[in-house]
Ligand binder design. Structure first.
Ligand SMILES: C[S@@+](CC[C@H](N)C(=O)[O-])C[C@H]1O[C@@H](n2cnc3c(N)ncnc32)[C@H](O)[C@@H]1O
Length: 277
């Protein structure tokens, strides 16, 4: 029997509810880092799909265009919603903290304008380059191969954490654009495929690979800090944050995805507890 919320010591709290409601329960300046992966408004009513017997190199098996009710976002209402959750994040995230926001061209305008209207300073705009992205099935557009990620902070004095030396020293086996000892650029070459353990309980249609979130944490997180994932989906942020040693809070409105998150998170807890013995 699955529940609507779950707590593990003071390390994890997740709840199946509207994020605007959930965030109301969080105190001002109580979060060190937030990772927001909101609805993009990329869903359409179109019904494109690609059968599994295609011969397109590097594109795997069957594909189908995403179309989900939770992803419908448009017009003034789309902007109002974006403004509302960003306004809550501004209240909750410490001035010394920061926020990562995923977007595509569908919602990146809303996010950018809302940040500027709220006085949230953009630190960087990152292009997440996806080598193995979804093909364009209509043949009427270029193949979309990137997502835009904004790194922003709510302070007035640029006190946000940047683990500069660690990031500069790092290299990543799959990223052909980053060499150890060189500054990290704003284009990240990170394939979008997931490892077996990331999908062992099922998948979310816009699930992010853990190594993308790991990179955000390396840049801006500290173990023992508090992480908020306002649009949890399959729980990727919570899984990565827990492994990093953070205390994590997450909200997800769809029960199906909340349950998926819960299974992934419980598995992480089991792994951690068994490693103690
Ligand atoms: C882009 S997906 C997040 C995917 C996630 N990063 C992952 O790796 O699985 C956005 C999620 O936000 C959820 N969502 C949409 N509106 C919401 C709301 N008002 N409150 C809470 N969750 C919401 C959707 O159900 C969806 O699962």
């Amino acid at each position: 029997m699955m529940t609507n919320s779950f707590e593990y010591k003071d390390r994890i709290f997740i709840s199946c509810q509207d994020t605007l409601e959930g965030m109301k329960s969080l105190q001002d300046n109580s979060i060190d880092l937030a990772i927001a992966d909101p609805p993009y408004g990329a869903s359409t009513k179109a019904n494109w799909n690609l059968q599994g017997n295609h011969d397109l190199p590097g594109m795997g098996g069957a594909w189908k265009l995403a179309s989900h009710d939770w992803d419908m976002l448009c017009g003034v209402e789309g902007f109002k919603f974006t403004f509302a959750w960003l306004n809550e994040l501004k209240r909750i995230v410490k001035p010394s903290g920061s926020i990562w926001i995923h977007s595509t061209y569908h919602n990146s305008g809303y996010v950018n304008v809302a940040c500027q209207a709220l006085g949230i300073e953009i630190i960087n705009e990152v292009v997440w380059y996806k080598r193995n992205s979804f093909p364009n099935l209509s043949g009427r557009r270029l193949t979309a191969s990137h997502e835009t990620i904004l790194w922003v902070h709510t302070g007035t004095k640029r006190e946000y954490l940047f683990n500069y030396n660690e990031v500069k020293a790092a290299s990543f086996s799959e990223d052909q654009l980053k060499e150890a000892g060189k500054q990290l650029r704003t284009v990240w070459d990170i394939p979008n495929n997931k490892k077996k353990d990331e999908i062992q309980f099922g998948t979310h249609p816009t699930q992010k690979p853990v190594r993308l979130i790991d990179r955000m944490l390396m840049i801006s997180a500290k173990p023992g800090g508090r992480l908020l994932s306002p649009f949890m989906g399959s729980g990727t942020d919570i899984v990565a944050g827990f492994r990093y040693g953070m205390n994590c809070v997450g909200f997800e409105i769809e029960k199906e995805y909340f349950d998926l998150s819960l299974m992934r998170i419980k598995e992480e807890i089991l792994k951690k507890e068994s490693s103690l013995f």
